[in-house]
Design a protein. Structure first.
Length: 597
């Protein structure tokens, strides 16, 4: 078990070149390319001299630079166009609105969609033998749509399996003073509506990332009206994690607790900008975020452009949470870790208790996920059920599935993961409901090759012990972090927050929004905001028609690859050093110090 859950890391990312530099070399690119088309064009491949290889490499670099910069321009233009359109969900499937919660008596910024299969989806008819699926995407800074971002996705696999599919979406800004309890009650109404549309058959709840704890709360509260719960990369045990690869769980300790998110929301005139959450994700792996990602685009711009732009349409769309929502999330989950302990209060008369979930729970996690490692996805099980016998006595069935290689986002957006793991989960839901009570690991042997990539998977279940998924962590140290957070939050709420709210206004919130670093680094290349980038489109079109890539055997191209690897390695080493220092400080101040508060 321990070998299966060993976290693994990968680093890849990028850093964009300046616009002015590219404008200067456009003329050189045209001249060099014309020379390359001359009758005495140079020989190719390994027979070229070093000077000839340099000449070819210069042409290639200039052309790639123009195409790279033009891709950044297109990303910025897409971002502004998406904002102007109201940031609709990025679903790759036709859909219709079933319920719009903005029209409820207690309005929230949510809606329930029904996915409409197109003629390309097979089968197009819903099987009466299958439960409907209700997909809940995370509100973790981005907009909805990741569960149906492409044809090979959770939504696509559910349609292929002959299921009715419903999707929960949300809008960019919450209603004034919207609370997490309001959202919870809205989701409960969505579940009831799906049951009504399917003659009382409860839907399976499919939660992604933080949508996972949302459906866990829902299943605990909607006993009898919700079907199996599937949690993909979902953190329910926020204090768990490996000391060398999961630094995000320590962030609350170094930031002083929940007061900072409260302060940021006050500055935002009651709204918390999701761009801050996305920036936290990017800071986890600076080598990937600030170098390798963009370098991959630069080095393979001929083939990577569309993939890059497709993903960035989602990654660059930042949604807001209300002050009340982010305070509840941070205090109860990120820092308080109240959910697994049965202490999270949903509303005045309701406290979440995961033991009330009676339908099977399926947990999908990855050992390479440094945002929600298997520790955080699974460690709630021994907290709720102290022993395997306790789990069986409760009549509950919990199944977990571990991928060894894919990162956090790959759990939701990888086409191969959708065709493999998600397809297997969906086709096994009804079988899982018939398993005897206990803890199981789902093992996917293979798919039937005769039926193609979406053929039926061969799956078997290996029974496990609850003790197998218990991960020790310094609980008392995190309790001290929670106490420090409560002290700081109380001081801020009583003495500082009233003054900040007095001076906060929509104009200041708008400035704070558009001056956020995550937005600035993107829209700085927008045609509407930067006249220098307006000329990139025609130059890029000309380059595509006259493309002269360097040969793979080019010595300078190989040197470029090695240099890029060296830069990424240096940045990655810096990340390891930063994380190690953080762990050391946490040990000193919270595991050994802060004896009495």
């Amino acid at each position: 078990m321990s070998a299966t859950l060993k976290p693994r890391q990968s680093s890849r990312l990028a850093k964009a070149s300046g616009v002015d530099r590219q404008a200067v070399v456009v003329g050189e690119a045209k001249a060099l390319t014309n020379m390359a088309h001359a009758p005495d064009a140079l020989a190719t491949g390994e027979h070229q001299s070093l000077a000839e290889q340099l000449f070819r490499y210069q042409i290639d670099v200039v052309q790639r630079s123009i195409l790279f910069m033009d891709t950044l321009r297109q990303r910025a233009d897409n971002m502004l166009a998406h904002e102007a359109a109201g940031m609709p969900p990025l679903l790759d499937f036709a859909h219709e609105v079933v319920l719009d919660a903005r029209q409820f008596a207690v309005p929230v910024n949510y809606a329930l969609l029904r996915i409409l299969p197109s003629n390309d989806d097979e089968p197009t008819k819903v099987s009466p033998d299958h439960r409907p699926i209700l997909v809940v995407d995370p509100r973790a800074g981005h907009g909805p749509g990741i569960g149906g971002f492409k044809r090979d996705s959770e939504v696509g696999m559910a349609l292929t399996d002959g299921r009715a599919v419903y999707f929960v979406v949300f809008f960019p800004e919450p209603r004034p003073e919207q609370t997490l309890a309001d959202v919870h009650h809205t989701l409960r109404r969505f579940v009831a509506k799906v049951c009504e549309l399917h003659e009382g058959v409860a839907p399976a709840l499919y939660g992604n990332c933080q949508g996972g704890w949302a459906v866990a709360l829902l299943a605990a509260d909607c006993e009898g009206t919700a079907g199996p719960v599937v949690m993909n990369g979902s953190p329910l045990s926020y204090w768990a994690g490996a000391s060398d690869v999961n630094p995000m769980r320590l962030a609350g300790a170094f930031l002083g607790g929940a007061w900072l998110s409260h302060f940021t929301s006050d500055l935002g005139n009651g709204l918390f900008d999701g761009a801050w959450l996305v920036q936290n994700f990017e800071s986890l792996n600076p080598a990937h975020s600030y170098f390798t990602k963009n370098y991959q685009l630069f080095s393979q711009v001929d083939t990577e452009r569309e993939r890059f732009l497709d993903f960035e349409r989602w990654w660059s769309g930042y949604y807001f949470l209300s002050r009340e929502e982010i305070k509840t999330i941070v205090e109860n989950l990120f820092i308080g870790d109240q959910l697994e302990q049965g202490l999270m209060r949903i509303c005045e008369h309701c406290v979440a208790d995961l033991r009330r979930i009676r339908h099977p729970v399926v947990i999908f996690a990855s050992s390479a996920d440094n945002i929600t490692p298997p520790h955080q996805a699974l460690n709630w099980i021994p907290a709720v059920y102290p022993s395997t016998q306790a789990l069986k006595d409760a009549g509950q069935r919990i199944v977990y599935l571990i991928n060894r290689h894919v990162g956090h986002l790959g759990i939701f957006v990888s086409a191969s993961v959708a065709r493999h793991e998600h397809h297997a989960i969906l086709q096994e839901l009804e079988r899982i409901e018939t398993l005897p009570p206990g803890l199981y690991q789902m093992v996917i042997d293979s798919a039937d090759e005769s039926e193609g990539a979406r053929g039926a998977a061969r799956v078997h279940y290996e029974e496990r012990q609850v003790e197998d998924v218990h991960y020790a962590y310094p609980r008392q140290a995190f309790e001290k972090v929670r106490q420090v957070s409560e002290i700081n939050e109380s001081a801020y709420a009583n003495w500082v927050s009233p003054w900040v709210r007095t001076w906060a206004n929509p104009w200041g919130a708008a400035i704070q929004k558009w001056m956020h670093p995550m937005r600035v680094q993107r829209y700085a290349f927008a045609t509407a905001l930067n006249p220098l980038t307006a000329s990139l489109a025609p130059w890029a079109a000309w380059v595509k028609d006259n493309r002269q890539p360097a040969e793979p055997s080019n010595a300078f191209l190989k040197a470029q690859v090695q240099a890029a690897k060296g830069v990424a390695d240096v940045m990655d080493n810096g990340r390891h050093l930063r994380d190690a220092m953080g762990e050391t400080l946490f040990q000193q101040y919270f595991c050994q110090g802060v004896q009495d508060l």
